[in-house]
Design a protein. Structure first.
Lengths: 197, 311, 562
């Protein structure tokens, strides 16, 4: 008996996109919508604070932080490439550098907040600037923290020899998230430190 | 009944059973035999634990922080358990397959055919594809949109001595009030305004493409007279609605519109768009057919799938 | 005609041992399941439960409004009823129902064995479920300051500044924001899962332009969910920051804006309407061709229109806010964009009619509901275009005309279509057909009740009756209209009772359905009813949009026309 469904021009099944990546891209789109709402709120409330410190008076441009976070996108790309070619040592090293750069960013943000809170007297409740600033930057920082936790977990697995080239697609998915966190920082930086200042 | 097993990395990489097959290995479609067990993800309680943890974490904000602490613990437990469920290898269970024949057949044996088919039976009256490609409608919309610019501008030039007059009227719908178009003078309407030109272009492009799409989808309903429906009836109806509604919505704008010329421009759009749509791709599948067949192609009652209903 | 080696056309029996075991094991199986079909059933049952709950709340509202100067419930309880009715129907009934359909059907229709992320799927369902429980816990647990807590009571869109600490003491608003925050993540997970499944899990030969229209519509809905539910989550976080940590987002005393809440809410709120209605389109797209014995008309046009709706619907939100005093440019923009959305929806209506045109129509219960859906959707679209004109909206904003309009969409279109879907796929899920006689009773009673309620509610709206009003004086002239609407409401409730009885009765005693009771063409009918855990013993291979047509007519396949 003939095969009833005549499959003449079948697409190659291997062409279906990797589902981890598709899922991550969807998550990134959803998260972007969250960020865009906070960014809109920030832009809407620029200059509307009626009292308390204003951005011009207290904000300093975090150059070092920005350089660290943006370059961590490069280092994680290097580690992605290393694991694709099964170079475990290089992978672990670049991943470590990425984690270090991300941590520097977090510490820098923490230091900036410390200064704002204890020296300039700017808290979430102080005025609209405080409200929008801490929520937007805090939202981004919380994403950095989540990303760092995942990277550190991966790094620990790599150090104990549980990672191999076969995992490279999963690692690329995770790296996609990290790239997203970096890209959001470009927007946050532009909004908070360039337009808003 | 089912055994848990850890899949080899090469299988588990894609995901679970299903994808493994998509990647082409064990269950070959054309192979005579298939495996007698299928890997499916193992049932697990960790998602519900994580969900409960997250909910309690949030509920603690509403009630007491102890609830939140409990929530965090459950969430962490759920996440770690989940992690171990997927890494390093996804947990699967084997479901044994028992095959029984099933016949997929229709009680309806006869299929509606187009009349006048040369060979036995003729082409099926209703094919699932090829009736319409949205690009055709788009093309029609663009063509009509370009064509209708000329009568509109000609009207402005001849009757109002300025080609910007119709542009300002259309654009004024978008910017009324903002640029003093709430109550424009004739000078205003004849002068050139960047804002109204921009708005008019946007409105024109969007509505022409969308209406082109609409034409593309409704014209095949009337395959015998696409020009009459698309070129005459639809613009007439549309203009009629607008003529009745616009005095209420925007009296100033309505007072400045010359309706016969408006209708003329609509006709030009409709006839051009209808002509472009009707001469292209809708007939793609029918091109190989005799002309007589095309006329009755989607007509009422021409060929449905006949046969007795048994239910 | 089929043998075991064929790509589709083989039936598998789940081992009998699975059906055995104690009740506890049975329950354990449902709680720990990651099977998309079981989760789909759970979603739908959850949604139907809240349909009854939300319906009961609506009945309380209708009893209260039956007579002028009525005091059936207190004003406080009345506020809770309309707030919880709206919230329940949108978040706990509408979205879970559509995700239940998607969960059950999308993998079957594209020939997959499960969703892309089965565990995430379970997480999404349980987040939705626990979020709903948390919301309803507010009735007993929501004690706040001075006893002013209990359930949310400021309307389902929770306008600021009514939600500030000053005006809403207690935890009612927090319950609303936080429980929907929880369900929001569940919704996001479900949307991600559906998109990934549709893109990455298709079987061989199932190109994107061959997946059933239902899957396309669910893909569009999920894409819209990604960018629509997240703004609500963000706004809820802001609201809670305001209420708990003293931030000033919506605090007008400190320069904050109450208006921006309205914008954020409707950036979510209007796409939400399309999130709910697109699956209803999808259900109609599956049912109408099968019961017209013709292929769906204009597949590509339907896809294009659906994608168009997704994009346009993101730019229309402020038509809910014409009365707040925007600039006339903004008014004009949102009027125009709202009217433009009539074009793609018009394409859809034309295509449904064209599908039925010349077909051999058979009005079984699913088709009755689906055909009625088209009519109701058209009517509600017409009142929608009326309301999209800002001057008209200024006159009728927040009146019962608006209530009647959007209930025409939500009940007349969406609920009718979803009921059609339940009647249509019930045989697939349970292996038994639903009773036609009870189904016809359900349909006609529900139809009559629906029209009594929502046709006549337009009138008091035009006469000036505002929404959320607790009661009214007899001299207003609204009494008889409200009486008719209430009677219609009771008829609908009665009809829903018949429906629930039909579900229970047919689930136990219905006629055996067999794998393909409707003589349909999509892949879910190629496996047994109910499908085995793995859906298909052999991965199917398809070569056209109607794989079962090809199987049934091997000498005249669709393939030759693609």
């Amino acid at each position: 008996m003939a095969i009833p469904v005549v499959a003449q021009h079948l697409e190659e099944p291997g062409h279906l996109p990797n589902k981890g990546k598709v899922g991550m891209i969807c998550l990134i789109i959803g998260e972007s919508a969250i960020f865009s709402i906070f960014v809109l709120a920030y832009l809407f409330y620029i200059g509307k604070s009626q009292w308390g410190p204003q951005p011009k008076e207290v904000l300093e441009v975090p150059i070092l932080n920005t350089v660290c976070l943006l370059s961590s996108s490069l280092t994680i790309w290097l580690s992605e490439r290393a694991i694709e070619h099964n170079l475990l040592m290089t992978f672990t090293a670049w991943l470590g550098v990425t984690i270090a750069l991300g941590s520097i960013f977090l510490v820098g943000t923490g230091w900036e907040w410390y200064k704002l809170i204890y020296h300039d007297g700017l808290a979430l409740q102080t005025n609209l600037f405080g409200t929008t600033f801490y929520s937007l930057v805090g939202l981004h920082a919380s994403h950095v923290i989540i990303g760092l936790i995942m990277l550190i977990t991966l790094w620990l697995f790599a150090m104990t020899g549980h990672v191999s080239g076969k995992n490279s697609e999963r690692i690329q998915t995770l790296a996609l998230y990290w790239h997203f966190v970096d890209a959001v920082w470009v927007v946050v930086f532009a909004v908070v430190y360039v337009i808003g200042r | 009944m089912s055994t848990q097993e850890q899949l080899a990395p090469s299988r588990s990489e894609g995901a679970h059973g299903g994808t493994g097959v998509v990647h082409g290995d064990p269950v070959q479609t054309h192979a005579p035999a298939h495996t007698d067990s299928i890997h499916l993800p193992r049932p697990t309680a960790y998602p519900i634990i994580a969900a409960l943890g997250f909910t309690l974490l949030v509920a603690g904000i509403l009630t007491h922080y102890v609830i939140s602490i409990l929530g965090v613990c459950l969430l962490a437990y759920g996440c770690v358990g989940w992690f171990r469920e997927v890494l390093p290898h996804e947990m699967h269970e084997n479901i044994t397959v028992r095959v029984q024949e099933i016949s997929i057949a229709s009680a309806r044996k006869s299929v509606g055919r187009l009349p006048g088919g040369a060979e036995s039976g003729g082409q099926r009256a209703h094919v699932g594809v090829g009736a319409f490609s949205p690009l055709v409608g788009l093309k029609g919309g663009v063509a009509g949109g370009i064509a209708m610019i000329f009568p509109a501008l000609a009207y402005g030039l001849i009757a109002q001595h300025s080609i910007w007059y119709p542009v300002n009227l259309l654009g004024g719908a978008g910017v009324s009030g903002m640029t003093g178009f709430g109550n424009p003078t004739m000078q205003d309407l004849r002068a050139f305004h960047m804002a109204t030109l921009g708005f008019a272009t946007i409105i024109h492009v969007i509505s022409c493409t969308l209406i082109g799409l609409l034409y593309g989808s409704i014209l095949p309903l009337m395959p015998k007279h696409p020009i009459i429906l698309g070129g005459i009836i639809a613009p007439l109806a549309w203009t009629g609605i607008l003529f009745a509604a616009l005095p209420t919505i925007n009296p100033e704008m309505s007072a400045h519109i010359s309706w016969p010329d408006f209708l003329l421009a609509q006709f030009v759009f409709g006839i051009t768009a209808g002509w472009v749509v009707s001469r292209s791709s809708y007939y793609r599948t029918a091109k190989s057919l005799p002309f007589a067949m095309r006329l009755g192609f989607e007509g009422g009652g021409v060929g449905r799938e006949d046969g007795e209903d048994h239910r | 005609m089929a043998d075991a080696s064929l790509p589709i056309g083989s039936l598998d029996l789940t081992p009998e041992a699975l059906a055995e075991g104690t009740f506890r094991e049975y329950l354990h199986g449902w709680v720990t399941t990651v099977d998309h079909k079981r989760l789909g059933i759970l979603y739908v049952l959850y949604a139907l439960f809240f349909l009854v709950v939300g319906g009961a709340e609506a009945m309380i509202i209708r009893v209260q409004l039956m007579y002028p100067d009525n005091h059936f419930v207190s004003p406080e309880v009345y506020n809770r009823m309309f707030t919880m009715h709206g919230t329940t129907m949108v978040f706990l009934m509408g979205m879970p129902l559509l995700f239940g359909f998607a969960n059950y059907l999308v993998p079957l229709m594209i020939g997959a064995r499960d969703m892309a992320f089965p565990r995430l799927n379970a997480l999404s369902f349980w987040l939705t479920a626990f979020g709903g429980i948390l919301l309803y816990y507010s009735f007993i647990g929501g004690f706040g300051l001075y006893g002013q807590g209990s359930a949310p009571d400021v309307g389902w869109f929770e306008y600021a500044p009514l939600t500030t600490r000053t005006y809403s003491q207690g935890h009612a608003v927090d319950f609303w924001a936080l429980s929907l925050f929880v369900t929001g993540w569940g919704t996001l997970g479900a949307a991600i899962n559906i998109i990934t499944t549709t893109i990455s899990m298709r079987c061989k030969g199932m190109t994107m332009m061959r997946i059933p229209l239902f899957c396309w519509l669910l893909l569009c809905t999920s894409a819209l969910t990604l960018v629509a539910i997240t703004p609500l989550t963000a706004a809820q976080v802001m609201l809670e920051l305001d209420r708990y940590l003293g931030a000033h987002f919506f605090d007008t005393q400190a320069g904050g804006s109450a208006l921006i809440w309205a914008h954020f809410f409707w950036i979510f709120g209007h796409p939400e309407v399309y999130i709910l209605v697109l699956p209803a389109f999808g259900v109609a797209n599956e049912i109408i061709p099968v019961f017209s014995r013709k292929p769906a008309f204009g597949y590509t046009a339907m896809v294009a229109a659906s994608v168009g709706i997704v994009f346009i619907s993101l730019g229309v939100w402020a038509h809910h806010m014409f009365t707040v005093g925007m600039t006339s440019a903004a008014n004009a923009f949102f009027t125009l964009s709202t009217m433009i959305i009539a074009v793609p929806t018009g394409i859809k209506v034309f295509n449904w009619i064209a599908t039925m045109w010349g077909g051999k129509l058979r009005f079984a219960t699913p088709m009755l509901f689906a055909a009625t859906f088209v009519v109701h959707f058209l009517l509600s679209g017409l009142t929608g275009i009326m309301l999209s004109a800002s001057p008209w909206d200024w006159q009728l904003h927040n009146s019962y005309f608006v209530i009647a309009h959007f209930h025409y969409v939500l009940v007349g279109a969406i609920v009718f279509s979803m009921l059609a879907g339940i009647y249509y796929w019930f045989p697939k899920v349970t292996g038994r057909l639903m009773d036609e006689k009870l189904g016809k009773w359900h349909f006609w009673l529900f139809l009559i009740g629906f029209h009594l309620t929502f046709d006549f509610l337009h009138v008091p709206g035009i006469l000036g009756m505002p929404r959320w009003v607790y009661t009214y004086e007899a001299s207003r002239g609204w009494a008889s209209w409200n009486m008719i609407a209430s009677v219609g409401g009771f008829i609908q409730f009665l009809a829903s009772g018949i429906f629930v009885w039909n579900l229970l009765y047919s689930g136990l005693h219905g006629a055996e359905a067999g794998p393909d009771p409707w003589d349909a063409w999509t892949l879910e009918w190629a496996t047994s009813s109910p499908p085995p855990e793995y859906n298909f013993a052999v991965e199917p291979v398809v070569a056209s949009r109607r794989p079962l047509w090809d199987l049934k007519h091997p000498s005249d396949t669709d393939t030759q026309y693609e």
